[in-house]
Design a protein around this ligand. Structure first.
Ligand code: XIL
Length: 456
């Protein structure tokens, strides 16, 4: 561990020297060097017993991309390199080059590797998807694939996304090569084979749209409970968290908690927050609130052990090509400058001193519980390097929410605009201190987390 800490400044120096030959590289190195003064996200996460991860592309792990990947993150997920179609494009002929490179980079930077992914309906080689297989053949193919890949990296992978995206939105099993050919037990068998190939790796089921409490996440919950009851090896669930601006599910923390209460770990495995392009300062502020809310929900649950972004720079994100018209989904812009979302993750992890000079007191909004048509929310005003003698927090309820009651603040709602002023006894927020107030409200349809601004 100490090796990597002392190695980090050396890498920055190398990047800086390399930049002397090119103006553009010098500017980038300058950005990195200034930014390196902040406490890295990986160190902030470690203080909570969490790892901070990012998906990466192996070929990009040099220069500023490599510097940031190594300095800020304590876990790497190969974005594509470990998928079946990448590692065995022709049957029996393997290509491990990019996966090996990412594992080597991670080891050199004292990082975990999250293996992604062994059993999926997508990005499989065409020889597999175009073949005609009996179920016995299919089962053997899958077992061999898992044994070969997990075995190759045995002892080097902290956690595997063994099964990816097994459910439909309504909670039924997705019709795939695996489900159709092998039945639902392909999941239990895959987990069992993975455990046999690397007993130390944590084994996960990973899916999207399972961040809040809903039919799909409840199907995942029921599956994990039944796997545990049957003694099938399952260590965690991955919540991908490919989110849309302003749509962090209000029940995220509650959902993480219910999985934790089943006795499994939870990882946020593929976090990004996409917005309609072009980005503007209001959208970037909402995105920061969204990243902060997801970070806070993970920090709040001890078994939420990993917060991974699906690419850390807007120049290495799947969003632009997958969701036309959307983008700017990651914490760094395409030129590696940290965005408000970066600072929001940092603050969510307890790094109070990295806020850009827009104000050293911030307000964080969280839904603490939600039921039928009602919910309870909490806003915390925190100050670092500044203090307040009075405050007024503002936000917009964009989805028809209506405030019904507040405590420890005087709140009013006019249309969609909510304004909450301090009570007589809690206007003062000292440097390094915080003040919270709570409220009840009603909602229907959705209850997204708004961005809170405040004035003293
Ligand atoms: C994406 C990659 O980021 C893209 O480069 C690729 O073209 C498609 O797959 N859920 C997952 C990831 O589990 O593997 C996907 O990654 C994004 C959605």
């Amino acid at each position: 561990m100490n090796t990597s800490r002392s190695a980090r400044p050396r890498r920055l120096l190398a990047a800086f020297c390399a930049g002397i030959t090119a103006v553009a590289a010098l500017l980038i190195a300058g950005t990195t060097a200034a930014h390196a003064a902040d406490t890295p996200l990986r160190d902030l996460a470690a203080a909570h017993g969490m790892v901070m991860g990012t998906a990466v592309t192996g070929s990009k792990l040099t220069g500023t991309y490599g510097d940031l990947a190594g300095a800020q993150f304590s876990a790497l997920t190969p974005g594509n390199a470990m998928k079946w179609g990448s590692v065995e494009p022709t049957q029996g002929s393997f290509n491990w080059a990019e996966a090996d490179q990412i594992v080597a980079f991670a080891q050199a930077h004292d990082q975990q590797v999250r293996g992604h992914t062994l059993v999926w309906h997508s990005q499989n080689p065409s020889w597999l998807t175009n073949g005609t297989w009996t179920s016995a053949q299919l089962s053997t193919l899958l077992q061999n694939h898992i044994s070969t890949e997990v075995g190759r990296y045995q002892g080097k992978i902290a956690a595997w996304d063994v099964v990816n995206e097994p459910f439909n939105e309504d909670g039924t099993y997705r019709s795939t090569l695996w489900y159709d050919g092998l039945g639902a037990d392909y999941i239990a068998n895959a987990l069992t084979w993975a455990r046999a190939a690397d007993p130390a790796a944590k084994l996960y089921i990973n899916d999207y749209n399972v961040e809040g409490v809903n039919a799909k996440s409840t199907a995942l919950y029921d599956l994990v409970r039944s796997l545990k009851a049957r003694g099938v090896p399952i260590d965690g669930v991955g919540l991908q968290a490919h989110l849309i601006l302003g749509q962090v599910p209000a029940t995220l923390q509650q959902n993480i908690q219910r999985f934790a209460d089943l006795g499994v770990d939870v990882a946020i495995t593929e976090l990004d927050v996409r917005m309609a392009l072009p980005a503007d300062s209001a959208k970037l502020a909402q995105q920061a609130a969204d990243y902060r809310a997801v970070t806070a929900a993970c920090v709040a649950v001890a078994r939420c052990v990993n917060l991974t972004v699906w690419g850390f720079t807007d120049s290495d994100s799947w969003v632009d090509s997958t969701f036309p018209g959307y983008g700017a989904a990651t914490p760094y812009d395409a030129d590696y400058a940290p965005k408000p979302a970066y600072y929001a993750i940092s603050e969510g992890l307890g790094g109070g001193t990295t806020t850009p000079p827009t104000g050293a007191c911030t307000a964080t909004y969280a839904v603490s519980s939600q039921w039928g048509s009602g919910f309870t929310g909490q806003v915390t005003v925190s100050c670092a390097g500044a203090s307040l003698s009075s405050w007024n927090a503002h936000w917009t309820f964009g989805a028809g929410q209506q405030l019904t009651q507040a405590w420890n603040a005087t709140c009013t709602q006019s249309g969609t605009a909510v304004s909450c002023a301090n009570a007589s006894y809690n206007g003062s927020v000292p440097d390094g201190g915080s003040v919270s107030f709570g409220f009840n409200g009603t909602w229907s349809g959705s209850n997204p987390v708004p961005a809170v601004t405040f004035a003293s």
